[in-house]
Design a protein around this ligand. Structure first.
Ligand code: UDP
Ligand code: MG
Length: 318
């Protein structure tokens, strides 16, 4: 198999037909030996039946379907595990990422790059607030982590099979795939593109899913937040020590007792309380991820797939 494409799908019924059409056109120009893998992440609409119909009609189309919503990163991981191509592209199912760019990516891949990621030079269909939040996140991530995760890139990229082999050696349950790929290294390059607005439907990334991805990215690739928490502790302790010295001097040396009243008391108690809770929260985020890994549960559960269907058919025939 020359090339596989992994497409995570969560309620994309309005996008699947055009996606299939454009993708087929692009891939058939590259090679006749390709596969399109749709990973259905428990869509609530008719996405699954559409994908199954495509798989019936076209042998290039394969599918996986999860037993519940496992999230975008897990859907991509499952697709990569399932893929057979020497080169594998990851692309969103909402046509925000143009399939035609894969042609350029494949050219770079042929030049010997193991990873060709797509860098967004602009984004359409995203409000100013969200755009700023994205920009800010990538910059914070850059400051906090020691590895260089490319700025303003998502998971839209083409990778060599060797990268997938290394990804499979990384067993963490809370995935941040673009970070993992940066961590792996090898010769990497990028192509630039303007990110379109979603063709149909609504985003499947709720605010809480986005926050989880952001924290997975930070905790997965940096211990600096823990350092920041302990530094916060040192600063607050030093500050309160100064206040103690001030209080003692004014009481016993100057004989003018420090300001009375509950305001100063309440402010300092709640300030220290806040700092403590933030520090505990940061530790908690790391511990919950350790916990996820210690449980050793499977990363995803596949309820249906084109592979299972083929196997069932074979059993019936024999
Ligand atoms: N997606 C998924 N599971 C989810 C949410 C999203 O597989 O729980 C898929 C979705 O179908 C799309 C890709 O992940 O192909 C990116 O999601 P989306 O376009 O909703 O996110 P946005 O582009 O708004 O950040
Ligand atoms: Mg999208």
């Amino acid at each position: 198999m020359d090339i596989s494409v992994v497409i995570p799908i969560y309620n994309e019924e309005g996008n699947i037909p055009l996606m299939y059409e454009r993708m087929t056109k692009v891939l058939s120009q590259i090679s006749s030996d390709y596969e399109i893998i749709f990973v259905n992440d428990y869509s609530k609409d008719s996405s699954l039946s559409m994908i199954k119909n495509l798989a019936k009609k076209d042998e290039h189309v394969k599918y996986l379907s999860f037993s519940r919503n496992f999230g975008h990163q897990v859907a991509v991981s499952a697709g990569l595990d399932f893929s057979k191509g020497d080169a594998v592209a990851i692309i969103d199912g909402d046509l925000q990422d143009p399939p035609e760019l894969i042609t350029d990516m494949y050219e770079k891949y042929k030049e010997g790059y193991k990873v060709v990621y797509a860098k967004r030079s602009s984004r359409k269909g995203v409000n100013v607030f969200k755009k700023m939040a994205y920009k800010l996140f990538y910059r914070i991530l850059d400051i906090l982590t020691d590895i260089k995760i490319p700025l303003d890139t998502g998971d839209f990229r083409l990778i060599d099979r060797v990268i997938i082999k290394h990804l499979q050696e990384m067993p963490e349950r809370n995935k941040f795939i673009r970070g993992q790929i940066a961590w792996i290294g090898y010769k990497q390059t990028f192509v630039e593109y303007d990110r379109d607005a979603r063709f149909m439907g609504e985003t499947g990334y709720s605010f809480s899913k986005l926050m989880k991805l952001a924290i997975d990215g930070i905790t997965g690739f940096s211990s600096k937040p823990l350092k920041i928490a302990s530094n916060m502790g040192i600063i607050v302790s030093a500050f309160s020590f100064c206040i103690i010295v001030y209080a003692l001097i004014s009481q016993y040396v100057m004989h003018t007792p420090p300001i009375r009243g509950w305001a100063s008391l309440i402010i300092s108690v709640s300030f220290i309380g806040g700092v403590q809770l933030i520090a505990i929260g940061i530790i908690g985020e790391y511990i919950s991820r350790i916990n996820n890994d210690v449980r050793q549960r499977p990363l995803y559960i596949i309820e249906e797939s084109s592979k299972k269907e083929e196997e069932d058919k074979l059993i019936k025939e024999n």
